[in-house]
Ligand binder design. Structure first.
Ligand code: PEP
Length: 246
């Protein structure tokens, strides 16, 4: 894969709130800001990805605090007869700067590699940074096909211009299970070889304050995509603090 777009490898600490939260949660933006004084966050980029309904309001709060706001999905088209869908342009208009694409929960619901690629193209078209998710199942890992599976997913679903890839082993999401640090290192090294030096490669899957320091210190881990532990700002702040000053 040829890289045409340079990007910083500053660790990205990205919260995926999934379908959690209501408008009272917008205060979590200021709570996170208060928990992380400037000297405890200048080594990371902070990103909150709430449900669509909260993106706009959280952007207004987050923008002056340098906390990025993103979404968890988008449609590939600019507009059209797609009831219930939201385009990348609409997300950009609401103030999002990132969008998570191809999360395993969406792939499990039928999203194909071609869909993921089209959504990544849409994100670029709208000026959003796509975080494209890839990851193997437990069965694929157990038969020794984890790396081959992930590289095939990248080949099929990640366009060359993508700046951020999240490696999320499906069996580690929301389970409390985490690969060994050696397994994370091997996977991230393989992804690095495939995508070149400028892509941020996040790890996701049961990242918590207790394991974040070890995971974020692994070579070629350029941040984390965090589900459950991102719902409480003190644990998200603790994870951000534990990122290395790389
Ligand atoms: C996720 O859903 O992207 C995720 C990593 O979830 P958790 O941190 O809860 O495993």
């Amino acid at each position: 894969m040829t890289q045409t777009h340079k990007s910083s490898l500053t660790p990205l600490i990205a919260a995926n709130w999934k379908m959690h939260g209501d408008m009272s949660w917008i205060d979590k933006v200021t709570e996170l800001d208060a928990l992380l004084p400037k000297n405890e966050r200048e080594h990371v980029d902070l990103l909150l990805c709430p449900p669509f309904t909260m993106v706009s309001t959280m952007h207004v709060l987050g923008s002056p605090l340098s906390i990025y706001i993103g979404a968890q999905n988008c449609h590939a088209d600019v507009s059209g007869a797609h009831t219930g869908e939201v385009s990348a342009e609409m997300l950009a208009d609401a103030g999002a700067s990132y969008v998570i694409i191809g999360h395993s929960e969406r792939r499990a619901a039928g999203e194909t590699n071609a869909d993921v690629r089209a959504k990544a193209e849409a994100a670029k078209r709208a000026g959003l940074t796509a975080i494209v998710c890839v990851g193997e199942s437990l069965a694929q890992r157990e038969v020794g096909e984890a790396i081959a599976t992930v590289l095939a997913q990248i080949e099929a679903s990640v366009p060359d211009f993508v700046d951020v890839i999240a490696y999320e082993p499906i069996w580690a999401i929301g389970t409390g299970k985490v690969p060994t640090m050696d397994d994370i290192a091997d996977m991230h090294a393989a992804i690095r070889s495939a995508v070149g030096p400028n892509v941020r490669i996040l790890y996701g899957g049961s990242v918590k304050p207790a394991n974040a320091q070890d995971i974020l210190a692994v070579a070629n881990v350029n941040g984390a995509l965090i589900g459950g532990a991102s719902l409480e700002m003190d644990s998200l702040a603790a994870i951000a603090r534990s990122a290395p000053r790389k």
